[in-house]
Design a protein around this ligand. Structure first.
Ligand code: UT7
Length: 390
């Protein structure tokens, strides 16, 4: 059922719509408070709270990584969606802190889930990554080329922070959020998107990798940010991108029930609300507890909003991200998902069986590779001996 108040949502030519049918999140247990940080760098709770709104953040433990957090969030999202890993066609992980340059973190998640029918890739658009990934997956669904996609934002920002730099290390945290998107003929789901980039601001927020020359690379793999310039950039572009996405969805700001912004700074969220003349209650904010989790912040905030009952069927939501690139992106989603269905025992058991099979399959493949490697080595030695005898 569509809300009558909207004049007309854009009709996608294929008649196929990409709906969010599952959601999940994962954060490390380990909490680092502002007081904990003030034992590391010269700062204090009062400065961090008044300048950012952040009170604490989660920090990944030794056995946690971008992949393990993404995997946990994905399992939750699949459970809510009542979808089996083998039912996924595509997995996209938006991240700035991938497990490796390659293979993609998405491929590692695909292996852990046992999503044997899915393609997988990582998407790099910094804190806008989740909105970019959602748009890419929605387009693939609407084109009819796939039916079901898993979109994840996952980060271990704590591993790329310079813990001597008080202007950045106080801001970020670790976590992951995921959604399952699925094709439906019912109007709704991801209705419109605006994706933008301004590479001229590439030096305002970045993490240098090995590909830089030594002279260029001050601190390899550590984040560099000119905070005040990024702050100004966000204030300049975010409200306009929301207006554009809403207009493209043939809606007005009055139709929007909830805005889920990237969780960078409470002052940025307040300023967007002011510019759009919207009440701050329309904005989801949880950065006091998690800090800035980059590409993970929007799906984590969405999950919490759903859990708190702030999202109802047919509501129009806006997701908006901004960050390194510079990049920014907004999209409008009509929430179409029914209340989470109690998965049948059969589906649950089958999902667990697929997870178990995934673990066994991965192990068997590794054994098989090492055994065939051993055989290759032995036969090579035999050939060498044969030549030596000649
Ligand atoms: O997720 C990607 C997008 N990222 C963002 O959106 C981040 C946007 N930027 C920001 O949120 C803010 O710029 C910050 C929170 C990073 C910084 O706040 P600010 O109000 O722009 O502060 P500032 O950088 O202009 O620094 C003001 C003062 C400086 O001291 P002086 O030069 O005025 O004496 C800093 O040295 O605050 C000092 N300062 C601190 N003092 C205590 C900077 N960091 C700290 C700190 N504790 N952690």
């Amino acid at each position: 059922m569509l809300k009558p108040k909207a004049t007309s949502t854009p009709r996608h030519e294929s008649g196929i719509y990409a709906h969010i049918i599952g959601w999940g999140m994962a954060v490390p247990d380990n909490i680092m408070t502002n007081d904990d940080i003030s034992a590391i760098v010269e700062t204090n709770d009062e400065w961090i709270t008044t300048r950012t709104g952040i009170k604490e953040r989660r920090i990944a433990g030794e056995r946690e990584s971008t992949t393990t957090l993404a995997h946990r969030a994905a399992q939750q999202a699949l459970l809510v969606a009542n979808v089996l890993p083998s039912g996924l066609d595509l997995i996209i992980v938006a991240t700035s802190t991938p497990e490796n340059a390659f293979p993609s973190t998405a491929s590692l998640v695909q292996d852990r889930l046992g999503a044997v029918n899915a393609g997988a890739f990582d998407l790099s658009a910094a804190c806008s990554g989740f909105v970019y990934a959602l748009d890419m997956a929605a387009q693939a669904i609407r084109s009819g080329s796939i039916t079901t996609a898993l979109v994840i934002g996952a980060e271990t920002m704590s591993r790329v922070l310079d813990w001597q730099d008080r202007s950045t290390c106080i801001l970020f945290g670790d976590g992951a959020g995921a959604v399952v998107l699925q094709a439906r003929t019912q109007k709704g789901g991801v209705l419109s998107s605006v994706l933008r980039s301004d590479g001229a601001g590439c030096d305002l927020l970045y993490i240098p990798t090995q590909n830089h020359s030594e002279a260029e690379t001050r601190k390899l793999q550590k984040m560099v940010m000119i905070g005040s310039d990024v702050f100004k950039f966000a204030n300049r572009v975010v409200d306009e991108s929301i207006r554009q996405a809403v207009e493209r969805a043939h809606l007005t700001l009055d139709d929007i029930s909830l805005i889920v912004p990237h969780q960078a700074n409470q002052r940025i969220i307040d300023s967007i609300a002011k510019k759009l003349k919207l009440d701050s209650s329309k904005f989801v904010s949880n950065l006091d507890r998690y800090g800035n989790t980059s590409a993970a912040s929007i799906p984590i905030a969405l999950c919490e909003a759903v859990q708190q009952g702030r999202v109802k069927a047919d509501d129009y939501l806006v997701f908006v991200g901004f960050g390194g690139g510079l990049t920014w992106a907004a999209c409008v989603v009509q929430w179409g998902a029914p209340a989470p269905i109690e998965p049948s025992r059969l589906t649950s058991s089958r999902r667990q069986a697929e997870y178990l099979l995934a673990r066994i399959r991965a192990r068997l493949q590794r054994w098989q590779r090492s055994i065939s490697g051993l055989f290759r080595l032995l036969s090579l030695r035999r050939v060498r001996r044969w030549f030596a005898r000649k």
